[in-house]
Design a protein around this ligand. Structure first.
Ligand code: T4K
Length: 372
């Protein structure tokens, strides 16, 4: 145990099923020599994920970033898109790769998702879509955002890369918006090594997405659109099938760890965390804490460094804001002072280690360092 406690505690570690079970899938792949391009495991995973997640259509991708890029292509999005600065940089990069101008709007102070109250004033004649993110897997204000999108005739694409089977009032969060995009990266609750997906709601849209991710091929000799190669391969898909077998247990363990953190960290002056959103089934993808330097007596970075000195590697997801990176900081919407909540939160955030194999002793060690 001492040995394990001395090992670095990383922000996350992927859940891996028993190797023998994966070997069986590999044997099958070796036998059939079918490695990619809509193979059997790929087809089964699409079906099984639809059933598990309660969605109508899913298109698997090689990663979440290409899925975001393709989602924007699929809906022919151009001009300006309203989005959040408080996310992983891939959210905005996907717009940039499509020659779309990101328009950043501030986040709200409870879930740190795009603030619906601030969206309307950012809409211009060039706005074609809104791209919010369910940050840390906490649902956006989906009903309010839908009303705005409908009122202005805007498309709505959710970056749902932090969610896996999150439900609001029992409704899968993935069923909101025109499209939702998922990531199955190794650092996510559910992973396929690397991977991603687009959730769509009608067969024609799924077909367009599937064409786009396969060079635009409609059939052997017909290319109907300038597509890309963003296909998920059979090794990824087989890991996805295995992960599905274990995912309920994985999410339950993450939930228990989250509850433990909340209990141990409550009543520390200057340290706050997010509670569950009412009527929501969560996936517990991250455990963010926020350090108020005046109340806590130390800055976020001081605490972050202290954790590091003790071999604990939390991460500042998301610092800096996307709008502060060189590519984007020149945009008018990115100017300092325009997004006070995001600008404050990005200075306070540390995501603590959270993964299903994290030990109680390791959590105790982390908390002992945070407690003054
Ligand atoms: N939209 C949002 C909102 C996202 O959060 C992301 C990805 C995307 C879009 C794009 O989806 P993908 O194209 O990635 O599918 C990580 C992930 O690479 C990235 O997927 C994720 N968001 C982001 C929030 O976190 P880094 O640069 O922090 O990863 P890295 O390599 O530093 O890993 C973090 C920790 O995880 C390490 O300390 C150790 C552990 N780890 C990592 C890997 C890769 C492992 O234990 N095993 C591993 O295989 O970005």
């Amino acid at each position: 145990m001492v040995q394990k406690l001395d090992k670095p505690i990383l922000v996350t570690q992927p859940f891996l099923p028993p190797l023998e079970e994966f070997q069986e899938y590999l044997n099958n792949i070796w036998e059939t020599k079918w490695l990619t391009n809509n193979g059997n495991f790929h087809q089964t995973l699409e079906k099984d994920l639809c059933d598990y997640l309660g969605v109508k259509y899913i298109s698997l991708f090689s990663n979440g970033t290409l899925a975001l890029v393709t989602a924007l292509q699929a809906l022919h999005i151009t001009g300006e898109v309203i989005t959040t600065p408080y996310s992983f940089v891939a959210t905005t990069h996907a717009l940039w790769w499509n020659n779309i101008k990101p328009v950043f709007v501030d986040i709200e102070p409870y879930t740190f998702n795009l603030d619906p109250e601030k969206i309307e004033s950012a809409i211009t004649p060039k706005t074609t879509a809104i791209m919010p993110v369910h940050v840390y897997g906490n649902p956006c204000e989906v009903e309010k955002i839908k009303l705005i999108a409908d009122r202005y005739g805007l498309k709505l694409i959710y970056d749902a890369c932090h969610t896996f089977d999150v439900r609001l009032n029992k409704i899968p969060i993935l069923n909101y918006g025109d499209l939702s995009v998922m990531s199955f990266h190794a650092t996510k609750v559910y992973h396929t090594f690397e991977g991603g997906a687009i959730i769509s709601h009608d067969a024609a849209t799924k077909k367009r997405i599937d064409n786009l991710k396969n060079f635009g091929f409609e059939n052997e000799i017909t290319v109907i659109t300038p597509g890309i190669n963003a296909k998920m391969n059979e090794i990824q898909a087989s890991m996805g099938l295995l992960q599905l077998k274990y995912i309920d247990g994985v999410i339950e363990k993450r939930k228990q760890i989250t509850i433990m953190y909340r209990n141990l960290l409550k009543n520390i002056n200057g340290i706050t965390y997010i509670e569950d959103v009412p009527n929501t089934k969560h996936c517990y993808s991250y455990f963010p804490i926020f350090v108020d330097k005046d109340k806590y007596g130390k800055t976020r970075d001081q605490l972050y460094e202290e954790l590091k000195k003790n071999n604990i590697y939390g991460r500042r997801y998301f610092y800096p804001l996307i709008s502060q990176f060189p590519t984007y900081c020149g945009l008018e919407s990115a100017q300092r002072g325009k997004m006070p909540i995001a600008e404050k939160i990005t200075e306070e955030i540390i995501c603590l280690p959270l993964y299903s194999d994290l030990l109680h002793e390791q959590i105790d060690k982390i908390v002992r360092i945070i407690k003054p």
